[in-house]
Design a protein around this ligand. Structure first.
Ligand code: KIV
Ligand code: ZN
Length: 511
């Protein structure tokens, strides 16, 4: 008999801690709906005490999601826990995840607390969280560098206090698989009441070992894995959900557990998260990269044609790589668009948003004959962005690019409801367009990244542009899509500026 492995997705919380990946309420709800469709067991929606915006986002996810448990993070402090409990009130099934650091360096240098004080605060936090829900998770932060005996003492105490899940984080991604697996085994054997809680792991990828460490822990008794779509997360990221889930599914000969996930939702979720955060997926990324199932060499292609198992250990369609069918065209109506978006799990809250999406669809269909699912995903991201209260909007853009001449851009922006114009020259048309935008806005932000990917194939494909801007240590990613890559670039730059203008008073959970 195979055990159930609980999948705890933290894309909306730890994933959001990737610099520039912050998501607004509607974006979080959209991602949460795809995770629910994927049958993710627990969705960590955010850190409510961090900011009023994060509180509202967790509350909106809790009020919307019916089939997954919605979890909120809190430090081991009464005000954090109560705020988390408040945000989760409307959830069908809720969990509070509270944490305090247990490694010598964190206790001494960061918390300035003695081990006894840490145990006391951890126990008090779990008891407080139990007043809001009977589903309480406790994490000894930096467990991967904590002393085993102290870890056992803290965990035994919090289980007695009512913690139902014990999560072992390798917060700084320092562990290696054999060692991390042994840590889980030791904890389960040494802690007298370990059978009263589910043991979980949360691995960071600083040494590229997050998935390997998570799997080693599962082989040694962990029955929950915390992970993120596309491996998003603080610094080098967290264990990637798609890699953990598919490793376990594919190697049922070695794992004594399996998830109940609908893996065909992996690609839609990956695309959605990449689109919303502006973190593109590298082509050779396992499972979700564009090349993950592409066979280049003749020998491989020949083998796969004769028998796919010669070179394929998984089926592309099992993770949602449907043939990128032509779904809609210029003559498709509003209902066809609505129904295809519904199949993709996208439903608009208002008729007005659907009408905006349809207007954009018609514009796109005029430029591009065949509209694919990926085009629709990009279009929806843009429509949602346009629904936000943007300070800056692109009204029009004209670029002039000619051999032997300096490229020029002229544009009109709507800034706070007032139209302003500017022209500029640049090294190329994109450079000229960015300089023209800055001629009006003068943001003084630094351009940290500019990247273009094609959404589908063909020369009429939409370019998907990511722009990363930094100002006063704040990093934001903007996205824009269009069949004209200069326009896509201008949209991405303006999207990043609008994010910079949004107030961000978020506190970092580890502080
Ligand atoms: O990495 C970490 O330790 C965390 C905790 C809050 C679980 O994200
Ligand atoms: Zn983390």
């Amino acid at each position: 008999m195979s055990d159930k492995l609980i999948i705890f997705d933290t894309t909306l919380r730890d994933g959001e801690q990737s610099p520039g990946a912050s998501m607004n309420k509607d974006e979080k709800v959209r991602i949460a709906k795809v995770l629910e469709r994927m049958k993710v067991d627990v969705i960590e929606a955010g850190f409510p005490v961090a900011s009023p915006g994060d509180f509202e986002a967790v509350k909106a996810v809790a009020d919307t999601i019916k089939d997954s448990t919605v979890c909120a993070l809190s430090r081991a402090l009464d005000k954090d826990i109560d705020r988390a409990g408040e945000a989760l009130k409307g959830a069908n099934s809720s969990r509070i995840h509270t944490f305090i650091a247990t490694s010598p360096i964190h206790m001494e240098k960061k918390l300035r607390m003695t081990p006894d004080q840490v145990v006391e605060q951890a126990v008090a936090a779990v008891k407080r969280a139990r007043q809001h829900t009977d589903n309480v998770e406790f994490s000894p932060e930096d467990a991967g560098r904590s002393e085993l005996d102290f870890l056992c003492r803290v965990i035994e105490s919090v289980i007695d206090a009512g913690a139902t899940t014990i999560n072992i984080p390798d917060t700084v991604g320092y562990n290696i698989p054999q060692q991390f697996g042994a840590l889980l085994k030791n904890l389960l054997e040494k802690i007298p009441n370990s059978d009263k809680a589910i043991f979980s792991v949360h691995c960071h990828n600083d040494l590229g070992l997050a998935v390997a460490n998570s799997l080693a822990a599962v082989m040694n008794g962990a029955r929950q894995v915390e992970c993120t779509i596309n491996g998003l997360g603080e610094r080098a990221g967290n264990a990637s959900l798609e890699e953990v889930v598919m490793a376990i599914r594919t190697r049922q000969d070695v794992f004594q557990c399996d998830t109940t996930l609908d893996t065909t939702q992996i690609i839609p979720a990956s695309r959605l998260v990449a689109g919303i955060t502006g973190f593109p997926v590298q082509p050779n990324k396992a499972i979700v990269g564009a090349n993950a199932f592409a066979h280049e060499s003749g020998i491989h292609q020949d083998g796969v044609l004769k028998n796919r198992e010669t070179y394929e250990i998984m089926r592309a369609e099992d993770v949602g790589w449907a043939k990128n069918q032509i779904v809609l065209g210029k003559h498709s109506g509003r209902n066809a668009l609505k129904s295809r978006l519904k199949d993709l799990g996208i439903e608009f809250e208002s008729e007005e948003s659907l009408n905006n999406a349809f207007a954009r669809f018609k514009e796109l269909a005029d430029k591009k004959h065949e509209i694919f699912d990926d085009d629709l995903q990009a279009l929806v991201s843009e429509t949602s962005a346009a629904d936000m209260d943007d300070v800056v909007k692109l009204v029009s853009l004209k670029v002039c690019s000619e051999t032997g001449e300096t490229p020029q851009a002229s544009l009109i922006l709507n800034v706070n409801g007032k139209e302003e114009t500017a022209s500029a020259e640049g090294g190329g048309p994109v450079d000229a367009a960015f300089k023209a935008i800055e001629g009006i806005i003068n943001s003084q932000a630094e351009l940290k990244l500019y990247s273009v990917n094609n959404i589908t194939s063909g020369t009429d494909a939409q370019g998907d542009v990511t722009v990363r801007l930094e100002k006063q240590e704040r990093v934001v990613n903007g996205q824009g899509a269009d069949t004209d890559i200069v326009i896509a670039s201008a949209k991405a730059y303006i999207n990043a500026l609008n994010k910079l203008f949004q107030v961000d008073e978020r506190a970092h959970p580890q502080l």
